[in-house]
Design a protein around this ligand. Structure first.
Ligand code: SF4
Ligand code: SF4
Length: 363
């Protein structure tokens, strides 16, 4: 991406956010994704300088940043800059070395685990306040081995007390065959992990359950949110964003998309930096998703708490029911398990127990 493209998109973003900025409590977020965004470190550095020192110094305290990285290019210079601007770092790490190095490799086939851990140790030793805010993203891919991963993350000092997001590899629109059976809610390890999380909650070992928290907190957040709202007469498409309203993704060529999850596909484009964001296109995508889903969702017991959205319905070059139904079939048993966990945590620990497990941004 050129600097001009990035700055023009940021100018458009700040203009569109005018109403939001009228509320002094609200903040804006500009985040950096790849591929691997640190390959463009010089560009990111210049963008941060332009935003905070040159173009919008008066908004500096209200513009936040995060960066999702595989951690292989993190060094002291980058950590120093991110620490200076308070950039929230989200580092991908998939588990112990043998799991992480299975998929996350250099071109010569060697694993990246040691490099990433070294970078994290540097961050911890040289920029401790900044390091305390580092979050981790774990991508699960068969073999899942939940217990081994939990044992690693929950006991390693680099991860204690940090926020985790644990998600499975996306199987929609993917040509590769994966055996996802270990992900079934009735799989022995999955059930054991739920039991372990419950036990840790009873003991108050919250900092020692970072992996479990990252895996289950999104599911739990849905119940707490639904409980707060109470029963409703209507079923909203809960998980579905209004395209372009709260989040928008800019490709390297200057095209706007709903988010990074659907950015490979032109039919999810909302416009580009030359012509701006098309609200007609945004409504078209939203309505297409509703038309596709509503017959199933209106009959589904999860209608009011489901978080599925256009990214869950990816099929071919757009959205389709066939792929979506594959995902829906797993959703009900998974949600039942989450409801059991939610009920047991609120009853056996305390109604406030979930405050510790669910990060506020998930609600
Ligand atoms: S993940 Fe789904 S709900 Fe979120 S921005 Fe992307 S399409 Fe919208
Ligand atoms: S699981 Fe599927 S059918 Fe049920 S509410 Fe979610 S998207 Fe709709």
């Amino acid at each position: 991406m050129s600097l001009d493209t990035a700055l023009l998109a940021i100018d458009q973003f700040i203009t569109r956010a005018g109403k939001t900025l009228q509320n002094p409590e609200k903040k804006l977020a500009i985040t950096f994704y790849g591929g691997e965004p640190l390959l463009e470190f010089d560009l990111i550095k210049e963008i941060l300088h332009q935003v905070h020192q040159v173009r919008y110094p008066t908004l500096s305290g209200r513009i936040t940043h995060s960066i999702t990285t595989n951690g292989t290019l993190l060094d002291e210079e980058k950590l120093q800059l991110f620490s200076q601007y308070g950039v929230l770092l989200k580092v991908s790490i998939d588990g112990p070395k043998k799991f992480h190095d299975h998929n996350r490799i250099y071109r010569d086939g060697s694993g990246t685990f040691d490099t990433v851990v070294h970078a994290l140790e540097t961050a911890r030793d040289k920029f401790p306040a900044f390091f305390n805010q580092v979050g981790y993203i774990v991508t699960l891919c068969p073999p899942f081995r939940y217990m081994e991963r939990a044992a690693f993350f929950d006991s390693h000092p680099l991860f204690k007390g940090h926020q985790f997001l644990v998600a499975s590899v996306a199987i929609t629109n993917c040509d590769l065959e994966f055996d996802m059976s270990e992900q079934e809610p009735d799989c022995v390890e999955f059930s054991e992990l739920l039991r372990q999380m419950h036990q840790k909650a009873i003991r108050g070992d919250f900092d020692d359950a970072v992996f479990e928290s990252g895996l289950f907190s999104q599911g739990l957040a849905r119940f707490r949110q639904a409980q707060g709202e109470g029963a409703t007469e209507t079923i909203d498409p809960n998980g579905c964003c209004i395209p372009g309203q709260r989040r928008i993704f800019l490709s390297t060529s200057g095209q706007y998309f709903l988010c990074d999850k659907v950015a490979q596909n032109d039919r999810f484009s909302l416009g580009d930096i030359a012509f701006g964001v098309s609200t007609d296109r945004a409504w078209q995508i939203y309505n297409d998703y509703i038309s596709l889903s509503q017959a199933d969702c209106l009959k589904c017991p999860l209608g009011n708490i489901c978080d599925y959205c256009p990214s869950s319905a990816l099929q071919g070059d757009y959205m389709g029911l066939e792929q979506k139904r594959v995902q829906c079939a797993c959703k009900l048993p998974y949600t039942k398990k989450m409801l059991e966990l939610y009920a047991s945590l609120t009853e056996d620990v305390s109604p406030d127990a979930l405050d510790t497990w669910i990060p506020p941004h998930l609600e």
